[in-house]
Design a protein around this ligand. Structure first.
Ligand SMILES: N[C@@H](CCC(=O)N[C@@H](CS)C(=O)NCC(=O)O)C(=O)O
Length: 210
């Protein structure tokens, strides 16, 4: 039994799409960040770090998008959501690790500067630097996608739904994402995938709102 703990619009959307692409049978447990549901005693028993996503697999919990998406791709090999060549597989995992350890925190600096600095002036600085770093990271994703169908080339992999999270955050934060032509064209290819569209609609993503 697979149980997904997620919050609509959060980075857990990557794992949510991954489950759908894998064709997995899973139960959804919305854990709303805005309502602080990730900080309740019940949820802290699932993930003591109070973050989404978490995936319970027959009661054993996996956290971190990179680990969950790698697990799903291996668990549903017929869907070919990871490259089969070992180096390409490691490059795909490396891309997800970078999304997690660099791109995500850069948005965090922009979105929640109060977590990183105490005074208002310092927070304003953190916010500004975060915005710069985040947009530079989106530009890097754009150049990674130039001339490619998917992040890893011809093969759609679990790195794709992960990269979509940050395009959505770019739109939400009113960054000039339209300038990123390869990333924008790829986003449109992503939206044409039934699994992606289904999850974006169910989460009320800015990418599918009229
Ligand atoms: N590296 C983690 C990041 C998890 C994470 O920071 N999730 C955010 C949502 S995007 C969260 O739960 N934030 C709640 C909080 O920090 O209070 C992953 O990829 O799973």
């Amino acid at each position: 039994m697979l149980t997904l703990y997620f919050s609509p619009g959060a980075c857990s959307m990557a794992t949510h799409i991954g489950l759908e692409e894998a064709g997995a049978n899973y139960e959804e447990k919305p854990t709303m960040l805005m309502k602080g549901e990730h900080k309740t005693e019940a949820y802290m028993k699932i993930n003591p770090r109070a973050k989404v996503p978490a995936l319970a697999v027959d009661g054993r919990v996996i956290t971190e998008n990179t680990a969950i998406l790698t697990y799903l791709a291996r668990q549903f090999p017929e869907k070919k959501l990871l490259p089969s060549d070992p180096v390409a597989e490691a490059q795909c995992i490396s891309t997800m690790a970078w999304l997690s350890n660099t791109v995500h925190p850069s948005y965090g600096h922009y979105f929640k500067p109060d977590r990183y600095a105490e005074t208002e002036a310092a927070q304003a600085d953190v916010k500004q630097m975060g915005a710069k770093a985040f947009f530079a990271n989106l530009k890097e994703i754009d150049s990674m996608l130039k001339g490619k169908q998917w992040i890893m080339g011809d093969q759609y992999t679990v790195a794709d739904p992960y990269a979509l999270v940050f395009y959505g955050w770019g739109v939400r934060g009113k960054f000039p994402v339209d300038e990123l032509t390869a990333y924008t064209a790829w986003k449109d290819r992503m939206l044409a995938r039934p699994a992606v569209r289904k999850i974006l609609e169910s989460e009320g993503s800015v990418l599918v709102k009229g």
